[in-house]
Design a protein around this ligand. Structure first.
Ligand code: ZN
Length: 202
C-alpha cells in the first residue's frame, strides 16, 4: 500500500503514529491539527532516514514510507546490502491496514475463486503494524519466483543485520520473500495490543 492509502484510514494511522512516538493525543479517528503535526514529523523522519541510507526504485520507496521508522532503517540497510552484492532486490509490499489484510484474506475463501494468499486476517499479520516487508527478486528486469533464489539470499542478510527475521524460517508456512524487524514482544497478538493502544512495539 502507499503512504496516501495509509493516511486514509485515520484511526489506523493515528495508532501507527502514536505507537512510534509521533502522536500523543486521543485515538479518535478524526484528522485534526495534532494528527497533521504528527504526520509531518513522521514524514520528516522518513526523509532523514532516506538521505542517510540511500533511496531505491519508486515501488520500493512507496512501500518503505509505510514502515515504522526503525523498520525503515533496517529495510534500507537490507536492500542496500543485497543490491551491493549484485542482487536486484525490490520491496513489493510493506504495511497493510486491517481492511486491506481482510481483503487479502477473502481471496480463495467464501466463494472467491482466486488462490489463497494468506492465513492472517486484519490485525493478525506483522504487515499490519509497519514491521514487515516482502521482497521481489528480478533478473534483467524480470520477476523471479523460484524459492531457491530467495533462500540463497537470506543467510547473508540475517548474519549482517541484527533484529532481522525471515519468513523462510517459519516452520508451518515458510514465506521466503517475507522479512520483518523483531518486535518487543513475542506474539503477533501482543504486538497488536500495543499497536492498538498506541504503545511502542518495536
Ligand atoms: Zn510478508
Amino acid at each position: 500500500m502507499s503512504y496516501q492509502l495509509l493516511k486514509q484510514d485515520i484511526l489506523f494511522y493515528q495508532r501507527f503514529l502514536k505507537a512510534n512516538g509521533f502522536y500523543t493525543a486521543r485515538l479518535d479517528g478524526s484528522w485534526g491539527p495534532k494528527t497533521d503535526a504528527a504526520d509531518s514529523i513522521f514524514v520528516q523522519r522518513s526523509e532523514t532516514i532516506l538521505r542517510q541510507l540511500g533511496s531505491f526504485d519508486a515501488r520500493s520507496e512507496s512501500n518503505l514510507i509505510t514502515l515504522a521508522p526503525k523498520v525503515q532503517v533496517l529495510a534500507r540497510k537490507f536492500v542496500k546490502l543485497l543490491q551491493d552484492a549484485g542482487n536486484d532486490v525490490r520491496i513489493l509490499s510493506g504495511t497493510r491496514t486491517y481492511a486491506e489484510q481482510d481483503a487479502l484474506y477473502r481471496k480463495g475463501r467464501h466463494g472467491n475463486t482466486e488462490q489463497k494468499v494468506t492465513n492472517a486476517r486484519g490485525g493478525q499479520s506483522n504487515h499490519n503494524f509497519g514491521l514487515a516487508w516482502d521482497i521481489g527478486l528480478f533478473e534483467n528486469g524480470r520477476y523471479i519466483a523460484a524459492d531457491k533464489k530467495y533462500k540463497s539470499l537470506a543467510p547473508q542478510a540475517l548474519s549482517a543485520l541484527p533484529n532481522l527475521e525471515w519468513g523462510g524460517s517459519w516452520v508451518t508456512f515458510p514465506d521466503f520473500p517475507h522479512y520483518q524487524h523483531t518486535a518487543l514482544v513475542n506474539s503477533v497478538a501482543d504486538v497488536r495490543s500495543l499497536f492498538e493502544d498506541g504503545k511502542g512495539y518495536v
